[in-house]
Design a protein around this ligand. Structure first.
Ligand SMILES: [Zn+2]
Length: 253
């Protein structure tokens, strides 16, 4: 186990004061490698809170460049970054916030060709992209590699989060929750979303990551958390493994 320096004991004091974290938990965060797929509205608070918490290595995956229309909600990017790759903009942000975080950047979308290489040494994947294809792909890779996955989405004035524990047998996957063919390609580009809605959902995703890495409480495994921001209504729904899920046929119930 890593011994924390005086600077680290000071920087992370509010983490370490929590009995659920303590020095051992902080050392675990510092030794953890998390892949963040999607460096936009949801990825922004995820990256902010994970870098601030001292997650030691972040791998960022996104093929977009910063556009002026992103800045209403994608709060790690700013006006001076318009036109540069989102992963490069995010890397610069992390350096300013917490220089001891190691950052790997991949200015490309997650694909079946690059996924194994990007995710091979990762402890956990958190995904907040605006398309279902990359979520199905991340789901498949995480299941194969037996690493946990946190998935969040937000549109308009509502959002949702669920987590997947692929280290355990017979755990439901993303495709059990959303069978292929039922997905709607609704994105922020066409539908709009309020900035604080993605900020809230992204913050919950970051919290799920920390909880899973440190085995705190009950993550959203087998549960879908939904939020209607208009009336501030939070609900959780339990779900199980779908019997005919093609993604889960490799590991029978
Ligand atoms: Zn499944």
């Amino acid at each position: 186990m890593i011994a924390l320096t005086d600077d680290q004991l000071l920087r992370y004091a509010r983490n370490i004061l929590l009995p659920e974290v303590d020095v051992i938990g902080q050392a675990t965060l510092l030794a953890s490698h998390v892949a963040v797929i999607g460096v936009g509205g949801l990825g922004s608070p995820v990256i902010q809170y994970l870098a601030a918490a001292g997650v030691g290595h972040l791998s960022l995956v996104d093929d977009d460049v910063v556009e002026v229309t992103n800045l209403q909600r994608q709060i790690i990017h700013d006006t001076s970054q318009i036109g540069i790759a989102k992963v490069a903009s995010a890397q610069a942000f992390i350096r300013r916030l917490n220089p001891e975080v190691q950052v790997s950047i991949n200015a490309e979308a997650l694909t079946s060709a690059n996924g194994a290489a990007i995710l091979q040494d990762v402890d956990l994947v958190v995904i907040g992209t605006d398309n279902f294809a990359s979520r199905y792909l991340a789901n498949t890779f995480c299941q194969q590699l037996q690493i946990p996955l946190v998935s969040g989405a937000a549109i308009g004035t509502s959002g949702q989060v669920s987590s997947f524990d692929f280290a355990r047998q017979a755990t439901p996957c993303f495709e059990c929750l959303y069978p292929k063919g039922q997905d709607e390609q609704l994105s922020c580009a066409s539908a709009g979303v309020l900035g604080p809605v993605v900020g809230t959902i992204g913050s919950i995703m970051a919290l799920e990551v920390i909880k899973i890495l440190l085995h705190i409480g009950q993550p959203l495994f087998g549960r879908l958390l939904t939020w209607d921001a208009r009336v501030m209504d939070w609900q959780t729904f339990n779900y199980g493994r779908a019997k005919n899920c093609p993604c889960c046929t490799e590991t029978p119930l």
